[in-house]
Ligand binder design. Structure first.
Ligand code: PLP
Length: 465
């Protein structure tokens, strides 16, 4: 394609995108393809000669959309949403056209300075105290890895990066079993070893038990381990479990441990002041992550990590070879020194567009509606024959089981889930809670309406036979 043809094809792509969004709700939410079906439509070898754009575009239309699960579908109730408010798509297109590479201030000054300002806007929006700074990452997983590496280096007095961990005391990190698997992955990547992520049991409300945390740290010290940090969750992935931050941070600080809070999903809801009691005490954390791409509406991917004092993380991750030296290094922020990859996308642009186009009040209204519709759906499902709610709404997430008389509830629930997703009108996914197979139901898609949520209840009633 020639550069002169850019406008023609961009216009065609925009028209296709607009039609797609317009007709999205007529499509099945989850892709209905079989494994290998899409690959079979592609030639096994790359083309030697250029293919004309008309053919490329029509192959896209023929092959791709039906092979996709539609995350922006208003009846997407699975996992957590990966949202994309239309305004953030526009910003993403602009960033793509500039092909911005934002590794250093001087490689994209506007990107760095807008990022600094957007992180601070979000700090204020979430009610975090002044002094917290932050950085935009691709994913909560990346932020979690950074936080665990920082815990490791801080505990080893910054010797791990240099001399490795052989000969050092064995590190220990503490979290509840409700924390996301990306914490396990981070522990492995950091070389701490899975068995040294201590899963401290939870109390009756699935929150990490602070007394047991205290005992575990003391026992580990006595046994010669080196406790490094605690990971707390606000809105865990499985059922939305939330730790008591104030109490557990108090215990962690008593033992001089680094604290990272994973609020990847629930963090967006903290723009609503009345919900902030959920993370009461969060200001005591050293690091906090939340994903504006999950519930706030910023186009995937966009994850903010707040840091009470960035120095520890920068000391852990920064490296300055000669070819990356810049003039005035001390006066500017080079965000690649705060994270793992060197190259960085211009993610702040979509946040800037999103926050201005909707305003915090507009975004709050959506989140409040999602929570109230989730509560309404849970109440309606509880009334259906043979259904029962297993965990109540944590914000906009609840779980339920289908247990018809004489059938194994786990098998019946799994069978229902399969029927629902093959049907395609709605999309739900599962988790295991206290040994039971349960269906998760979360409301959070940006354009979801009450009628979409209520339709999900109808679909469940109809397919539960
Ligand atoms: N933490 C929590 C609580 C999550 O729910 C998730 C994903 O759902 C993650 C971390 C991982 O998020 P990401 O896909 O941004 O790495």
């Amino acid at each position: 394609m020639k550069r002169e043809d850019y406008y023609q094809w961009a216009e065609r792509a925009a028209r296709w995108g607009s039609d797609y969004l317009e007709t999205l709700e007529d499509r099945p939410v989850r892709a209905q393809t079989e494994p290998g079906e899409i690959a079979a439509m592609l030639p096994a070898s790359p083309p030697e000669q250029a293919v004309d754009m008309e053919t490329i575009f029509s192959d896209f239309e023929r092959i791709v959309p039906d092979g996709m699960t539609h995350w922006q579908h208003p009846r997407f109730f699975a996992y957590f949403c990966a949202n994309a408010a239309p305004v953030s798509m526009i910003a993403e297109n602009l960033a793509t056209v500039m092909a911005a590479q934002c590794m250093l201030w001087q490689t994209s000054p506007a990107a760095t300075e807008i990022e600094t300002r957007m992180v601070d806007w979000m700090r204020q929006a979430l009610g975090l105290p002044e002094g917290f700074q932050g950085v935009i990452q691709d994913s909560a997983t990346s932020a979690n890895v950074c936080a665990i590496l920082t815990m490791r280096e801080r505990a080893l007095d910054w010797q791990g990066n240099d001399s490795g961990m052989a000969g050092e005391k064995q590190l220990r990190v503490y979290a509840s079993p409700e924390t996301h698997s990306s914490i396990d992955k981070s522990i492995r990547i950091a070389g701490i070893g899975q068995q040294h992520l201590v899963k401290v049991p939870t109390d009756g409300a699935w929150a990490l038990d602070a007394d047991l945390l205290h005992q575990a740290i003391e026992a580990d010290r006595a046994a010669g381990f080196l406790p490094a940090g605690v990971v707390l969750c606000v809105g865990g992935t499985s059922i939305g479990a939330t730790d008591n931050l104030r109490r557990t941070i108090e215990v962690a600080k008593q033992h001089d441990l680094y604290v990272h809070v994973d609020a990847a999903w629930a963090g967006s809801a903290m723009i609503c002041p009345e919900l902030r009691e959920l993370w009461d005490g969060v200001e005591g954390a050293d690091s906090i992550v939340f994903n504006p791409h999950k519930w706030l509406g910023a186009q995937f991917d966009c994850s903010i990590q707040f840091l009470a004092n960035p120095e520890s993380q920068v000391r852990t991750l920064s490296i300055r070879p000669d070819y990356l030296q810049t003039l005035g290094q001390s006066e500017v922020t080079n965000y690649s020194e705060w994270t793992i990859p060197l190259g960085r996308r211009f993610r702040a642009l979509k946040l800037w567009f999103l926050l201005r186009a909707h305003g915090l009040e507009g975004l709050r209204e959506r989140i409040r509606s999602h929570i109230s519709w989730a509560e309404e759906a849970a109440a309606a499902i509880a009334q259906l024959d043979d259904f029962h709610i297993v965990t109540d709404c944590h914000l906009a997430l609840f779980t339920f089981q289908y247990a018809p008389h004489g059938e194994n509830p786990n098998d019946a629930t799994e069978g229902l889930l399969r029927a629902v997703n093959d049907d395609g009108r709605i999309y739900l996914t599962q988790t295991t809670h206290e040994g039971q197979f349960v269906i998760r139901f979360q409301v959070g898609q940006f354009d979801c309406r009450r009628q979409d949520v209520m339709m999900a209840v109808d679909v469940l009633r109809e397919l539960a036979v």
